[in-house]
Design a protein around this ligand. Structure first.
Ligand SMILES: NC(=O)C1=CN([C@@H]2O[C@H](COP(=O)(O)OP(=O)(O)OC[C@H]3O[C@@H](n4cnc5c(N)ncnc54)[C@H](O)[C@@H]3O)[C@@H](O)[C@H]2O)C=CC1
Ligand SMILES: O=C(O)CCC(=O)C(=O)O
Length: 383
């Protein structure tokens, strides 16, 4: 029996994949696994039984990754599962940044009950004129699942698209329109583009990437979109630039008290992934990842441990999470040899400071001797 704790509302399409081997709910204790969306886990107590956390979504800045790695807790996310939903909202944001639709709608509401509303609208609408996006330059920072979707859609809308991503994956590059221009540095995006949209994760490198200095490089009247994370943007610097007219509009999915209700800022309530399709996709993928790991020891789409996806062929699988240091495999093999246990299959992979080894065997094996080895973090045998 496995216990799964839900820290947010997770789509029943995903949760329904757990069978009667699982106890699933918000009040479950001694959890083997956690399913989470955006709830912060930085203050969450990681119990000794916790083996895996699956983030039904992309960004993992709500999870204490280093602590999880140190304790041998595998953290998964669901790459690409909500990318189309975010792309569609970014396109919406692009139009809202250009055409004064929100302001116009708010103004029309003030005419409620006015007999002359139709006439007043025709007279007053000129205050809501905004430019078309066709032919304008869009700069995209971060060309992963979302950035590539946005780039391809913007090309189809007739925009000239520049992309910047120093760590672009081969897969993302394969999926991107050949018409997207490769910006060699982020300054090109800042200085060339009429619209700038952020699609990189929140990291030491990207936090505050939009600030007084980068805004100074931008064109007058630039429009900035942030559907990535709030802390990529220095909000005070953007507000100052909005007040001076340097930035025409700031559209964001992240509400902070200082920006809400500021003129020329549109704040959405973190709606990027809020479509039924995306919620189902993310939940389905997150549940599959956690089930595969708990039931077979396989790791796919982890952000802190390497991928190992080996079919089960033996009665037992020893799953060893350990530090990425020399001589671990020799110690594991010796330990098993001393007990006359035969290894049918053994796979080891490393990711940064951590490594994962699975050993398949048909002989009964205990975990104690492995646990006593230096640099071993977590040991489990799945049957
Ligand atoms: N508003 C919302 O509801 C949502 C927001 N997000 C945010 O969007 C981010 C991106 O999501 P995905 O595209 O699915 O992730 P992804 O992992 O597919 O793509 C992120 C891309 O950013 C690039 N990158 C990393 N550091 C960079 C840097 N310094 N400069 C430029 N590019 C850099 C990576 O190489 C990668 O290609 C997430 O990390 C999350 O914070 C994601 C989903 C929903
Ligand atoms: O689950 C959500 O609604 C947030 C999605 C998100 O921000 C992400 O996937 O990074």
């Amino acid at each position: 029996m496995y216990n799964i704790k839900l820290l947010n509302k997770i789509s029943p399409v995903g949760v329904g994949q757990f069978d009667d081997q699982y106890l699933v709910g918000e009040d479950v204790e001694k959890e083997d696994g956690v399913l989470v969306r955006s709830a912060s886990m930085h203050e969450y107590e990681l119990n000794d039984n916790l083996k895996a956390i699956a983030r039904a979504g992309a960004g993992v800045n709500n999870i204490p990754l280093e602590k999880c790695s140190n304790e041998g807790i595998v953290v998964f996310n669901t790459p690409g599962a909500n990318a189309n939903a975010v792309k569609e909202l970014v396109l919406c944001g692009l139009f809202l940044s250009s055409r004064k639709v929100v302001e116009g709608i708010d103004w029309v509401k003030t005419l409620k009950g006015n007999e002359d509303a139709a006439k007043l609208v025709e007279k007053g609408k000129s205050q809501f004129v905004g430019p078309e996006i066709e032919g304008r330059k869009l700069g995209i920072i971060g060309l992963g699942a979302i950035g590539v979707h946005v780039a391809n859609a913007a090309i189809k809308l007739g925009m000239e698209v520049y992309g910047f991503d120093p760590y672009i994956s081969v897969n993302a590059a394969w999926g991107m329109s050949k018409w997207v221009k490769n910006a060699q540095n982020v300054e090109t995006i800042f200085s060339e583009c009429d619209y700038i949209t952020l699609h990189a994760p929140s990291t030491k490198e990207t936090k505050g990437i939009i600030n007084q200095e980068s805004i100074a490089m931008m064109k007058d009247g630039v429009r900035i979109l942030n559907f990535a994370r709030g802390d990529l943007v220095n909000a005070q610097d953007v507000l100052t630039a909005i007040d001076s007219g340097k930035v025409a509009k700031y559209i964001t999915d992240f509400a902070t008290p200082d920006i809400i209700d500021h003129e020329n800022v549109i704040v959405m309530p973190h709606l990027g992934a809020s479509t039924p399709e995306s919620e189902d996709n993310c939940a389905r993928m997150a549940v599959k990842e956690i089930k595969d790991y708990l039931e077979s020891g396989n790791i796919v789409n982890s952000v802190n441990f390497p991928t190992i996806n080996e079919p089960r062929t033996t009665k037992y699988r020893i799953c060893l999470i350990h530090k990425n240091v020399p001589n671990m495999l020799a110690q594991f093999a010796t330990l098993l040899a001393n007990q006359e246990i035969n290894i049918e299959n053994m796979v080891n992979k490393a990711k940064d400071d951590y490594a994962y080894t699975i050993i398949d065997t048909n002989d009964v094996v205990g975990t104690k001797e492995f646990e006593s080895l230096e640099n071993v973090i977590k040991v489990r045998v799945v049957e």
